[in-house]
Design a protein around this ligand. Structure first.
Ligand SMILES: Cc1cc2nc3c(=O)[nH]c(=O)nc-3n(C[C@H](O)[C@H](O)[C@H](O)COP(=O)(O)OP(=O)(O)OC[C@H]3O[C@@H](n4cnc5c(N)ncnc54)[C@H](O)[C@@H]3O)c2cc1C
Length: 659
């Protein structure tokens, strides 16, 4: 039975699904978003914060493109801090503690008030496709497995990738009630719910996070379509009642006095409000002994957990076992929200048995009388290997089928939101017959994230880190709008008003940098006194303001008194001018590297290239290239197992030669 017809269906209303659905609806497409629980839209099942190093960059980039996460956390934060302020601008990053319930309710309100967007609580059990082969026209959908067997043998990791001639085309989804919902594009954003299992100690429950129902059929449908499904795992710490915590034994961490907003839309607005505190304490040798003495009862170490966990978000068991030399590990006590007593014990996620959890948490200073509200647990779930996706996050073998978020093997609200936005934008652009949006590694952290997932794959839940971005000095969180507003406006998500503001900002930055190159500063006594106020050496023969700004102890802002002609400049613009001048040398060097990178990125490879015809390619490289079908020489060069020699051979073969 068909009750509703939509252009786009989004499966999942988590951080990926919300961005995807909003993008499609805001670009004028009729969009239906499914979730297993409408009361838990944009739920934060783990850490109660948005942002942090590199993740804050992603949120700013989502906002600069016209996404929602930045605005939503600005509406619902209960503490905000700019991290790494003592370090360079490339690693400074915003992190805000969210009121989890407010965050979810606020995002739900945005979805419910978006025209063309319909929310439905139901379980999607099957992805529906039809088959087309260039010379045989449409094939019926029932015998999907037959198609897979016929396809040419392009195998990597025993997975079969169909060749371009045998395309499947998305037609919709079916739900647990048997109803079908036709659509021209479907976006998979199922997070940690596919055949998920929650485990701690001997307890193993087939459920989604926080006791919500899991998705039980969809994994099989994905396998039947020939998609590479695998099992990952992540974990969360216990939640402890605030009244049972002795904060006098901890170090208080307060929010910033003046809050910097995540959304560029809120720059210049007064964001200050009463903030909640977080608290810092540490594990100790007693904690570590309790864990070691019970490590055989840890499902992680006794094999009861199959899924692969995140190396960069380790459980406390992993930390104690892997870093045995460390006498203590940081533990941050974070409020879950103003509506609850629950405190999140960051740094101590675990799947140890309940009795061990009590012992280990109560061994931590300040938690001696801890009352556990929710146990720590690990969750195993199915996700796909994103090697089967293009940079648009469309599936290479199923036209109109996209995937985003944890379903692609990433971990984190921010990583999910970034992918959801790109998948939503590209599903919409494709249906509108417009050029896709592909951000590369020199454009954005989002470009790094997606390229890593679809080119290199990930053996474990992938979380973003600044070290992953080669061009991180250019990809700062403070200039995300300058880097991405053109794209956001081109696709139609960024308002004219915001775009004009970015254009104004960009031109003022450029003109100011040129102007201060012409501003002379005299060697007068007043100037010398002024400079010595900053422990800066006087200028004996005068100087150019531009050069003074480069001095570490001075800045564009602090030199304003020596620059009477300076126009009225907003603080965020002044900050940009300062960074561009101070880091001019590094920035120019990185721009040269980007030019070389772009040269290879722009060398496109025909999607139908038959790698069997390319002479003298090494076997491993040929196999990887056939399976992944890179879009460009640049992408080919990043595939593990493809050597520079293989790339040269490819270049020559493609008649562009290595010169
Ligand atoms: C226990 C736990 C610990 C975590 N630990 C960390 C961590 O330490 N660090 C970190 O960065 N991240 C962690 N996360 C991950 C973080 O929660 C996710 O990265 C993030 O929520 C992913 O967002 P998403 O939109 O991809 O999916 P989710 O937020 O999981 O949302 C998935 C959505 O899909 C819906 N859905 C699923 N299947 C179906 C179906 N068949 N039909 C209809 N709707 C469906 C669900 O109802 C939900 O709305 C943890 C998550 C959990 C549960």
């Amino acid at each position: 039975m068909v009750y509703e017809k939509h252009d786009v269906i989004v499966i999942g209303a988590g951080h990926a699904g919300c961005e995807a659905a909003l993008a499609c609806a805001r670009l004028g497409l009729s969009t239906l978003i499914f979730t297993m629980s409408v009361d838990n839209i944009a739920m934060m099942p783990c850490n109660p914060n948005i942002g942090g190093t590199s993740k804050g960059h992603l949120v700013r980039e989502v906002d600069a493109l016209g996404g929602e996460m930045g605005r939503n956390i600005d509406r619902t934060f209960i503490q905000s801090r700019m991290l790494n302020t003592s370090k360079g601008p490339a690693v400074q990053s915003l992190r805000a503690q969210a009121d989890k319930k407010d965050y979810s309710a606020s995002m739900r309100k945005v979805l419910e008030s978006t025209e063309g967007l319909t929310i439905r609580q139901d379980e999607v059990t099957e992805i529906l496709v039809e088959y087309c082969s260039d010379n045989h026209g449409i094939k019926d959908s029932e015998n999907s497995s037959e198609l897979v067997e016929n396809s040419v043998d392009n195998t990597v990791d025993n997975h079969v990738y169909n060749d371009v001639d045998n395309m499947q085309i998305i037609t919709g989804v079916r739900t647990v009630s048997g109803n079908t919902y036709p659509a021209r594009a479907v976006i998979l954003c199922t997070g940690v719910y596919l055949d998920s299992r929650c485990i701690y100690g001997e307890v193993s429950v087939p459920s989604g996070p926080s006791g919500l129902p899991r998705s039980t059929h969809l994994s099989d449908s994905l396998r039947a379509l020939g998609l590479p499904v695998r099992r990952f795992k992540t974990g969360t710490p216990a939640r402890i009642a605030k009244s049972s915590i002795d904060f006098s034994k901890m170090e208080e961490q307060q929010g910033d006095e003046h809050v910097v907003p995540f959304s560029f839309e809120n720059v210049g607005k007064d964001m200050d409000k009463d903030q909640e505190s977080c608290w810092l304490t540490y594990t100790n040798l007693e904690t570590h002994k309790i864990i070691r003495d019970n490590i055989d009862r840890s499902p992680l170490y006794n094999g009861r957990i199959e899924g692969v966990g995140p190396r960069y978000c380790p459980s406390i068991e992993d930390k104690v076992m892997r870093f045995a030399e460390k006498e203590r590990h940081q533990v941050f006590i974070e409020p879950e929200g103003r509506y609850t007593e629950e405190m999140y014990i960051s740094g101590m996620s675990s799947s140890l048995p309940e009795d061990v959890q009590y012992a280990m948490y109560r061994s931590v200073p300040g938690l001696e009388n801890a009352v556990i509200v929710r146990n720590a647990y690990a969750i195993e779930y199915d996700c796909i290997d994103a090697l089967c996706l293009k940079h648009t996050l469309e599936c290479k073998d199923i036209k109109g089928f996209y995937s985003a978020g944890q379903a692609n093997g990433s971990s984190g609200y921010e990583e999910a939101a970034a992918q959801g936005l790109i998948a939503g934008i590209n599903a919409a652009l494709s249906l509108l017959g417009k050029e896709p949006l592909v951000l590369d590694r020199s454009d954005a952290y989002i470009g790094v994230l997606i390229d890593d997932l679809v080119t290199k794959s990930t053996p474990e839940p992938y979380r973003m880190m600044t070290s992953r971005a080669e061009y991180r000095l250019l990809l700062r969180q403070d200039n995300a709008d300058l880097r991405l507003a053109d794209y956001g406006h081109r696709v139609g998500l960024l308002s004219d008003e915001r775009y004009e503001d970015v254009c104004y900002k960009r031109s003022l930055i450029a003109s100011e940098i040129e102007r201060v190159k012409t501003v002379g500063v005299s060697s007068s006594k007043e100037v010398s006194d002024f400079l010595s106020g900053f422990n800066s050496t006087p200028v004996s023969d005068g100087a150019i303001l531009f050069d003074l700004i480069k001095r570490p102890e001075l800045s564009y802002e602090s030199l304003a008194p020596l620059d009477p002609e300076r126009p009225d400049i907003r603080p965020d613009i002044a900050a940009q001018i300062n960074i561009e001048i101070k880091y001019e040398g590094y920035i120019n060097r990185q721009k040269i590297q980007v030019a070389a990178f772009k040269k290879l990125e722009e060398k496109m490879i025909p999607p139908t290239l038959d790698y069997d015809l390319v002479p003298s390619l090494r076997i491993e490289a040929r196999q990887k290239l056939k399976a992944i079908r890179p879009a460009s020489i640049g992408q080919a060069s990043r595939i593990s197992g493809v050597s520079p020699a293989d790339v040269s051979i490819l270049l020559i073969y493609l008649g562009r030669g290595s010169n």
